[in-house]
Design a binder for this molecule. Sequence first.
Ligand code: PLP
Length: 395
Amino acid sequence: MGRRVYLDNAATTFTRKEVVDEMLPYFTDIYGNPSSVHSFGREAKKALETARERVAKALNAQSSEIFFTSSGTEADNWAIKGVALANQKKGNHIITTSIEHHAVLHTCQYLEKQGFDITYLPVDQYGLVTPEQVKEAITDKTVLISIMFANNEIGTIMPIKEIGAIAKERGVYFHTDAVQAVGNIPIDVNELNVDLLSLSGHKFYGPKGVGALFVRRGVKIHPFMHGGAQERNRRAGTENLPAIVGLGKAIEIAVEKLPEHAKQVSKLRDKLIKGIMEKIDYVHLNGHPEKRLPGNVNFSFEFIEGESLLLSLDLKGIAGSSGSACTSGSLDPSHVLLAIGLSHELAHGSLRLTIGEQNTEEEIDYVLEVLPDIVQRLREMSPLFNQKKGGQLYV
Ligand code: PLP
């Protein structure tokens, strides 16, 4: 196989070797059920609680406030449906944004069908909502504000601390989907006044299929899965212990490495952004120029079809994405790109390249060498581009 450069770290990351090593014994030697009272069970339970403490420490939470789930998606579903159902006596209004991940948006749309009232706040050209918008949207019936920490497509970081302060002042629960933020931005749930926070193992070099929800003590929330008494009666089902152990180890390392990781990755991001802007005409950077995830690069290319660009890059061994992994495979333009005001054409001409800790400067140079030629070739085939250039080929 030829050269391969993975620049889709927002879709998922590799699993760190130290994480896999920590997980392995829980597939083989330590196989007890954490709910069993015998020594096998106690051994498993101990590992479960160590992982919980590690997650709690990473967020400055109490370990009794951490609940393991099967994914970031489940954590989002649980936070929103669980709070909505438990607080119906107070009200039926939820505030969110138009650029949330589908795990939040589709949950809100489902609740809307059940009679809940949802406000989808619009965002500005960078994908930001303002604290004032949130403040104005709160009514006597508002039970929850759910606003993502950082956007998975365009990398924009929301003003979480300011929104948290408003939620606290108005006595409304505040949930944030921090799936893209953990390991990239320091998080302290107390400083930020966050009441519920979702995270997912496979975005910070941990395993897939495991997540966690932070639920501040005292928050009224219904359980999501009904069954046994696991997770203190709140999330039934025998725990996926190897994955939970892996998530615990991964978050511990992620927090420890965060400053160095953010510095290294944002340096490569800035090099890639600068290089694309210098070498290619008719490009638009999507997302905020500064309030941006360290590894996120997202451009729209005029006169280009994002899918063709992706396929051409793939032939050169470069893995990126157009929109989010969950939406590729569908021909609808990204709801996030439309929400920041892009035309359908520009939304279709987008490319997301997300950098992780394994990427090197040399790999970025390779992308900057290959991408301009691909863009030029695709544009040469575009009648619209040729029209714009008065029949001249792009050189
Ligand atoms: N929320 C955000 C912002 C995401 O980026 C993702 C994954 O892409 C999810 C939620 C879903 O997480 P998971 O893949 O663990 O279900």
